[in-house]
Design a protein around this ligand. Structure first.
Ligand SMILES: *Cc1c(COP(=O)(O)O)cnc(C)c1O
Length: 495
């Protein structure tokens, strides 16, 4: 059965999967959503005998119905290979009363790799299928993590170029080092004199620049976007929930068709939405536990039915969740509004104009599978320390937000359903916060001393991504003013 993708703001705008991946965003700002989600009609006991790549094919082939088997297997096998430091790609680790699904074994040691390692292949394949002859140029503005994950994903992928802009004085030294040491003939990294908003505005302006598009087309280039609302990032994220379920079966923790809960540390709402889509495909998930940090706009939404971004932005030790507009929530709003694009468009308009919207009681009833809560900075740190002391398992700050919220959930409900916690980053990515949570005495030590100490305490090998930062050579040193971004892109592409 073919799945058609529709805009959340205009049901008349439709696309095939490959067209939706190429476009990224629908016209008028809507997001592409599947018009239906086909059943995963494979026995879970059979899925439990499969490796990650095979499970990925079963799930993704049902969503990306205009890809041939050969095309999809090429994408999957190109993405989920030795770039990951374990052949099982996403290990499930039982610790402290829960199952941690480690999504950080890819090139940049955070969960964005799960989608950004396959998106380049999905994009290039989509371009071919739609007779696009140009090379795809990915333009990204980053405040740190996404830029590196996108660079790693697109590096040396034939038919693509990637240009990343970051605020020269607005990312951490480690984040900058990760980006400017990126290898790959098709990669470019540019620091701008300006802040993240300037970088993002500059990128948006180039996307909308018709004259630039024409010049690029003449030279065989066209822009595309790798940001987290692309359906080509969401679909690969459904896979690991199904995979985790099959690992629970294989490990004898559950029987096929038993229910599980999932806990997801949430920012843009992409990761947890992928779990929701996996349930619609047939995965027996009882509760979606949505974990926020102090930027608890989603917790308030689940409590009150009001989404309100009018509040202070709080910098936390889980920066990838410091978000006040969770873009992918729009896809859930659309669903609980009964797939009504007019209703959804109205709410999203209110969000732009007023910074808030309120859903109806009827819509709220459709949220009963969700539980939202949040963890303060202190609760997050205490959880890292507690699980280290009880189980010698050291988790990162984002995962700790999820673990702390899961504790609250169990306290309130007594629910003993087997639970998968999405573990979204390696502790090595946030070494300082993690080590200081374990013991305040580490505050005086240097970042690399702490890396070695984390290695000693956890017994977990230092990831290649961290070793690279110590020794790698700087390959990108372009800096430009925020007003020179377009000129810089033209120089890089030789226009
Ligand atoms: C992006 C990110 C998140 C949030 O995921 P969303 O899909 O935006 O909800 C959580 N943890 C880490 C480490 C991330 O990089």
């Amino acid at each position: 059965m073919a799945v058609t993708y529709k805009s959340t703001r205009n049901s008349k705008e439709t696309a095939t999967a490959s067209q939706a991946i190429l476009k990224g965003l629908a016209e008028g700002g809507g997001l592409f959503v599947p018009d239906s989600i086909p059943a995963l009609d494979v026995d879970f006991n059979n899925l439990a005998k499969m490796g990650y790549q095979e499970v990925a094919y079963e799930v993704m082939s049902r969503m990306l119905t205009d890809f041939t088997e050969e095309e999809l297997k090429y994408c999957i096998n190109s993405a989920y290979d030795e770039k990951f430091d374990t052949p099982c790609i996403a290990p499930l680790v039982k610790k402290a009363g829960a199952h941690y699904l480690e999504l950080f074994h890819g090139a940049t040691i955070a969960f964005k790799d799960m989608a950004l390692s396959i998106l380049p292949y999905l994009l290039v394949t989509s371009a071919k299928k739609n007779n696009v002859k140009n090379d795809i140029v990915i333009l990204t503005a980053t405040s740190g993590d996404t830029g590196k994950a996108a660079l790693a994903g697109f590096a040396d992928v034939p038919g693509t170029r990637i240009i990343v802009f970051y605020p020269k004085n607005g990312v951490s030294p480690i984040q900058e080092k990760q980006m400017v040491t990126q290898k790959g003939d098709n990669t470019a990294v540019v620091g701008i004199i300006g802040n993240f908003d300037d970088a993002q505005t500059g990128v948006k302006n180039m996307f909308n620049d018709k004259e630039l598009a024409k010049i690029m087309d003449e030279k065989g280039f066209q822009f595309s976007s790798a940001n987290s609302i692309n359906i080509g990032r969401l679909v690969p994220q459904m896979v690991y929930y199904v995979y985790a379920y099959t690992r629970l079966i294989a490990d004898g923790e559950i029987k096929a068709e038993d229910k599980i809960n999932v806990v997801v540390p949430t920012g843009n709402f992409g990761n947890i939405l992928a779990a929701y889509y996996a349930k619609e495909m047939g995965l027996p998930i009882a509760k979606f536990i949505c974990a926020s940090n102090d930027n608890k706009v989603l917790y308030d939404f689940f409590e009150t039915g009001i989404y309100d971004k009018n509040r202070d932005f709080i910098l936390t030790t889980s920066p990838s969740m410091d978000i006040l507009i969770s873009s992918n929530l729009e896809r859930l709003i659309y669903r609980i509004a009964g797939d009504d694009s007019d209703k959804n468009a109205k709410l999203m308009e209110e969000l732009v104009v007023e910074g808030r919207y309120e859903i109806t009681d009827e819509m709220r009833k459709n949220l009963s599978e969700f539980y939202g809560n949040y963890a303060s900075e202190e609760e997050t740190a205490r959880t890292i320390k507690k699980v280290y002391e009880s189980d010698h398992y050291i988790m990162d700050t984002h995962t700790a937000v999820a673990a702390a919220v899961y504790d609250k959930y169990v306290d309130v409900t007594g629910d003993q359903t087997p639970t998968v916690i999405a573990s979204t980053a390696s502790p090595y990515k946030f070494t300082r916060s993690v080590m200081e949570a374990i013991d305040g005495k580490y505050a005086s030590q240097s970042d690399f001393e702490l890396v070695d100490e984390l290695n000693r305490l956890s017994g977990v090998k230092i990831p290649q991504a961290i070793e690279d930062i110590r020794s790698a050579e700087v390959l990108h040193d372009t800096v430009c003013d925020k007003s020179e971004m377009k000129t810089t892109v033209c120089n890089i592409l030789g226009l």
